[in-house]
Design a binder for this molecule. Sequence first.
Ligand code: OOG
Ligand code: MG
Length: 259
Amino acid sequence: MTLDIDHWVGYLLDAVDRRAEVAAISSQIDGLTVEAAYDVQDALIAARVAAGDRVVGAKLGVTSKAKQLQMGIDEPAYGWLLGSTQRPGGADIALDELIHPRCEPEIVFQMATDLEGPGVTAHDVLDATATVSGGIEIIDSRYERFKFTLPDVIADNTSAARFVVGSDVVGAVDIDLRLVDCVFEIDGAGVASATGAALLGDPAECVALLANHLAARGRRIEAGWIVLAGALTDAFPLVSGTRAAAHYSDLGTVVIRSG
Ligand code: OOG
Ligand code: MG
């Protein structure tokens, strides 16, 4: 099957522009493979970059049991972070630019050096990392009711919409990332909690998977990039007036509001 990549890129970009959820691609064509979905994702990011945006890093999705159960997908997916989607800590997230956003706590790596697979290990990741911080990602699947298959969510750049990196940073080897605790609070109530080990046993292991995934597609993690290791807990809806706070041991607190 030849996939009409340009058609599906336009389809997803149009959903963002119109703030309208659209039917999953897999409900319309047969045989959308993971590889072909990454081709759509790359073309979608290339279109954004051609329009003036820039890649500032990469992300993993579906790396915790909580997310795997919530989304009904049992393997990680990889996507890109665009400069236009970063917001400062404490930011008001504009809901009128989004479809049906959810927020989720993330562990964030800032890379010091390039990291090229294959064969990258968690140890290599820590060596290549400048600092680690807490963060919050705002995801906004372009698909109806946030329902999709693995290839669908890959094509949709893993639902990426906005992200916030906390200002408290620590050296990657100064703490044990597997033991970082996170309590996620929505409107003053603790709604979920997890430790770093929830991310495939070790957040650095997730970044290693990303490096090895990129190698298979002829790319590498680059110095200066931001990498989100994947949500530690379920994602929670961001509605008008929501205040979300992710409290991390060693990594401070990251807050967003929605306006
Ligand atoms: C897919 C994106 C998942 C994460 O951290 O697990 C993700 C989704 O849940 O819509 O970013
Ligand atoms: Mg995420």
